[in-house]
Design a protein around this ligand. Structure first.
Ligand code: SF4
Ligand code: SF4
Length: 452
């Protein structure tokens, strides 16, 4: 159409990202990637590149990008590197790649992208998978041994919690302990409670008009905040449930999953299913107070143990406190508590569990609830404790969450169901007293006594 202009175009299918000659590496994996044809290469190629993960406005995705502004720390940047890894042209050392490891290092595993990305890139899962292979049969970072094995250390510390606390917080010693554990010395170590929920709790039969529930004793509430598990038991009891706790040690394996120790996580989950099996097979609901543990049961569990019937049952029978009240005691009304509450939703509530029923439980008690759209608190389990992550962790919290907490009216309750969120708020605003929603509902039963 344009005389004198002669071009020699490339073939129509040249330079395609996945042309007919595309033959990616198809590694064996621990997660199943059922929605990706059971192929990690497909999961790694999910990102379509439109860059929603580079937004600052709302939702959770992507806190590390919001903190650094670097493409490498966005969901898209990480997805691109994983794609290069399976393509094998630029990144040629597969799971051993230090480039991919470094890009994944600042991923908080918040699962924000699983929910907020239009094609559900699930970077937290890809990170766990990568870390598993990257460190297989090799020494790991110190934090993987300290925080990754926290459920085991907590069990040991329960023999003498006061002595352990004294040692961990002794001037001079605390910095040494933090360094030995791969923890940033600016991060105060949490204190073990004098007695664990599972040791102190005595079930009281109610006559059981609502039937039985199992109250899940997660590592965080059982060892550090047992008053929350006691509060939840009081609420469930008042609503008419018989509350049982597992008679042997159980764990969801979260800390092993987030540090990529997936072989241990699978063994821990099998053991837990052995303990819970009799409850699961008669349909007993399992009430989980810590959102990240509930998210493991709802999402990661069946991905790590495909085809296991008890795993499928546990995924279906896992409830948050608000969910069990909504589904199994819909007519129960707690006494009214006319207080305002600012709620920091845990990332895994946002991404996996949903928050509607937990919000409704507070509203039913007369609480005036404002759910923040503040993204991730930045602590995210082991992430914010790990050496090298402190600045990004604090930047995430100071983006929206901490300004909202500081600007709240003095009588407003701060509610956060996640142990990480509560810890981050307390660390950055020592005067704040964040509560689990179980504590708020239990206080309603006492006429509001005991609330800040
Ligand atoms: S939002 Fe999802 S699809 Fe879009 S660029 Fe980010 S990771 Fe890729
Ligand atoms: S899991 Fe969270 S931090 Fe990691 S890429 Fe997804 S949104 Fe970003």
């Amino acid at each position: 159409m344009n005389p004198g202009k002669v071009v020699h175009p490339d073939a129509l299918d040249a330079h395609l990202r996945q042309g007919s000659a595309y033959r990616p590496w198809e590694p064996a994996t621990r997660f199943t990637y059922g929605e990706d044809d059971h192929r990690f290469s497909r999961a790694a190629a999910r990102c379509v590149g439109v860059g929603k993960c580079r937004g600052h406005e709302s939702g959770v995705m992507c806190p590390s990008y919001r903190a650094t502004g670097e493409e490498e720390h966005s969901t898209r940047g990480r997805a691109r590197l994983l794609f290069e890894m399976v393509e094998g042209d630029v990144i040629t050392d597969g799971w051993r790649s230090a480039t991919v490891r470094d890009a994944l290092d600042l991923c908080l595993a918040c699962k924000g992208c699983k929910r907020d990305c239009p094609v559900s890139v699930d970077m937290a899962t890809y990170k766990a998978e990568f870390l598993y292979h990257h460190y297989r049969n090799r020494p790991r970072p110190l934090s993987h041994y300290s925080m990754g094995w926290l459920p085991l250390w907590s069990r040991a510390a329960a023999a003498a919690p006061r002595a352990v606390n004294a040692l961990a917080h002794a001037p001079g010693l605390s910095r040494v302990a933090a360094r030995a554990a791969g923890v940033d010395p600016r991060r105060p170590l949490p204190s073990f409670a004098p007695s664990r929920f599972t040791e102190a709790y005595r079930p009281e039969p109610t006559g059981g008009c609502r039937g039985r529930v199992v109250l899940w004793p997660d590592t965080f509430d059982n060892n550090f905040d047992p008053h929350i598990a006691h509060a939840a038991a009081a609420v469930l009891h008042a609503a008419g449930f018989d509350v049982e706790v597992p008679d042997r040690t159980v764990c969801c394996g979260l800390t092993w999953i987030s540090t990529g120790q997936l072989g241990v996580a699978v063994r821990v989950l099998h053991r837990t299913l052995d303990v819970l099996g009799p409850h699961l097979r008669v349909g007993t609901p399992v009430v989980v107070l810590e959102p990240s543990c509930a998210a493991v049961f709802r999402s990661d569990l069946t991905d790590l143990l495909p085809g296991d019937e008890d795993a499928r049952r546990l995924a279906q029978q896992t409830h948050t406190l608000g969910e069990v009240l909504a589904r199994h005691a819909p007519d129960w009304r707690p006494p009214q508590l006319p207080r305002a509450a600012l709620v920091q939703q845990h990332c895994h509530q946002h991404a996996v569990l949903g928050y509607t029923h937990d919000r409704d439980a507070l509203v039913t008690a007369g609480v005036d609830v404002e759910v923040l759209d503040a993204g991730c608190c930045g602590l995210a389990g082991n992430f914010g404790f790990e050496a090298g992550h402190y600045d990004v962790s604090v930047a995430c919290a100071e983006d929206k969450l901490m300004p909202a907490v500081r600007q709240a009216d003095p009588g407003t309750l701060v509610v956060a169901d996640g142990f990480s969120c509560r810890t981050q708020i307390r660390d950055l605003e020592p005067g704040a007293r964040p509560l689990h929603s179980a504590e708020v509902l239990a206080a309603a039963l006492r006429g509001g006594n005991g609330l800040p």
